[in-house]
Ligand binder design. Structure first.
Ligand code: GLU
Length: 545
């Protein structure tokens, strides 16, 4: 076969050569050992927690080695693309704190190794496609969908492997006249790789996460260019990661089965093979067994879930860090920037990390507990504006008031940890707003008249000028006066000796004032509410008893 004639026939417009491209995208000038890696997501409109895990692994590997992290948008599958998905992708990754040094941005490309959107790279792929044809490593295939379906049916009947190989690779050695005729007839074609592999052969390959694996050679003549001239993932991966000078490919392990083909391609193209970091999927416990998190069954896979549930961005980020095994480091360095965390691929579970909701909540509680009242106010307000406008209006009606509420129990060695998500802020503090306050039920085991009497006594002695100690002494005094036990130790030793304790009296007051059995420090709550509102609520509660 005259490869030159075939290449000219298939790619009449390609004038550039691989050498031209090599010159346009020279080796990067980076220190020894610097990792150049990327995130290469497809804009499907769905960004998931696994993307973040991969993003963070890539980010750590690049930045801790003085290397480069870039974002490449893999938009070759126009059928799957959702309008606006590229923007969603870019914004979401940014929102969750993945910082790219170069690549696709909202305002276009940034960096010298672009374009970073694959659809804009068609001409580049064609240069290498032509090169492969010239070398005899690729050829056009004019099989129709129907022919390929019939081939598959035949393979099924014969119980042989599926795919375009061996005797089934019917265009592999066709004379150039057949190709000319098909092109003249306007038949669509795909470009296929001419595989020299055999499934009889196995070889060893080493992955930075999976370790050394024994894999089987690829014998399929896979598609490199689809009939619209757009490359498949495989071909684009080889060309892009070579020209963008990627040293490490961080990606999901669903690509592992394609690896033998990728290695063949890199070799045929004369490219240096990058190191691979194949990351296992996120798993979760389902009863007693583990399974992959699924898009259909598990809402927590989608990053939108965390936003809607009100998990702080920082908490999600810190949680994902724990999936990279940051916990010991974090314990030793509680306030260090996450940029100081040294990640190692050895720290990853090759089978995939286990998603643990309870741990996420724990991380989140601690994150929120670390913030000061002003930060909590800003972030809770941002959430409420999007998901709870009534509450946002309440917060904005008096920012100082809201901040003083949020300051209760904050700071110090043992900050309160009432808030797991921004969603919790409303139930936590709504009672501070008359419009959002809902009266609570008093415990049924106490006689209404007794409770009313205690509340009345409280009002008689209540003085907002009292300090916390005096306030509490008064509560104890009225406890004793009502025949309840003011000394918790004594009460616990013999609870049957009294109708109730000072804790019950506090609960009556708490329910009357906050509508809840649980609230921040009641003295402070009353101070913030002010004596008039406090008294009005207690009176209203007495009326209900
Ligand atoms: N576009 C591929 C995906 O979304 C990326 C795989 C890779 O990182 O190479 O799965």
């Amino acid at each position: 076969m005259d490869q030159k004639a075939l290449a000219a026939l298939l790619f009449p417009d390609v004038t550039e050569t691989p050498e031209d491209l090599e010159a346009r995208y020279p080796a990067r000038d980076l220190p020894e050992g610097a990792v150049v890696t990327r995130m290469a997501p497809s804009p499907t409109g769905f960004v998931h927690l696994g993307n973040l895990v991969q993003g963070l692994v890539a980010e750590r590997m690049a930045h801790q080695s003085g290397g480069v992290l870039f974002l490449r948008v893999e938009d070759t599958d126009a059928k799957r693309e959702v309008p606006g998905a590229v923007e969603v992708l870019i914004n979401t990754l940014k929102h969750y704190g993945i910082h790219f040094d170069e690549g696709a941005t909202i305002d276009g490309d940034s960096g010298a190794y672009g374009p970073y959107r694959q659809r804009q790279r068609a001409a580049i792929y064609h240069v290498y496609a032509k090169q492969l044809v010239l070398q005899g490593d690729a050829y056009p295939c004019f099989c129709t969908e129907e022919e390929l379906t019939a081939m598959r049916a035949e393979q099924e009947a014969k119980k042989v492997n599926f795919g375009y190989y061996g005797e089934y690779a019917v265009w592999r050695d066709r004379p150039i006249e057949d190709v000319e005729a098909a092109i003249a007839a306007g038949k669509p074609w795909v470009l296929r790789f001419r595989s020299t592999g055999s499934i009889e052969n196995k070889f060893k390959y080493s992955d930075l996460v999976k370790g050394t694996l024994t894999v089987t050679e690829n014998d399929i003549d896979q598609v490199l260019l689809k009939s619209d001239g757009i490359p498949t993932y495989h071909f684009a991966h080889a060309v892009d990661d070579h020209l963008m000078r990627t040293t490490h490919v961080v990606r999901g392990d669903e690509w592992l089965p394609s690896l033998p083909f990728h290695l063949q391609l890199f070799r045929a193209l004369g490219f240096r093979i990058p190191k691979y970091v194949h990351i296992g999927p996120l798993m979760k416990m389902d009863g007693t067994s583990k399974r992959k998190l699924s898009k259909r069954k598990d809402p927590e896979l989608a990053l939108t879930y965390y936003k809607a549930e009100g998990f702080p961005v920082r908490a999600v980020y810190e949680y994902v860090m724990t999936l990279l095994n940051s916990e010991d480091w974090r314990k030793a360095n509680p306030t260090a920037s996450s940029d100081d965390f040294k990640f190692s691929c050895k720290k990853l579970n090759p089978a995939g990390a286990l998603f643990d909701y309870a741990k996420l909540c724990d991380v989140s509680k601690n994150e929120i507990a670390r913030l000061d009242a002003a930060e909590v106010y800003d972030l809770a307000l941002e959430y409420a504006k999007e998901f709870d406008p009534d509450f946002a209006a309440a917060l904005e009606s008096d920012p100082e008031y809201a901040r003083s509420i949020l300051a209760i129990g904050r700071g110090g060695k043992k900050p309160r940890k009432d808030l797991t998500t921004w969603k919790d802020v409303r139930p936590y503090m709504a009672f501070f707003y008359d419009g959002l306050f809902t009266p609570g039920e008093f415990p049924a085991q106490f006689d209404g008249a007794v409770v009313r009497g205690i509340l009345e006594k409280f009002l008689q002695t209540y003085d907002p000028a009292d300090d916390a100690a005096v306030w509490f002494d008064k509560v104890k005094a009225l406890t004793a006066e009502a025949g309840f036990c003011a000394d918790m130790k004594a009460y616990k030793a013999d609870p049957a000796a009294w109708p109730g304790s000072v804790a019950d009296v506090s609960t009556f007051l708490r329910i009357a004032v906050t509508g809840k059995t649980n609230s921040p420090d009641l003295y402070t709550v009353m101070q913030l509410l002010g004596s008039e509102r406090t008294a009005a609520r207690i009176r209203a509660a007495m009326d209900r008893l």
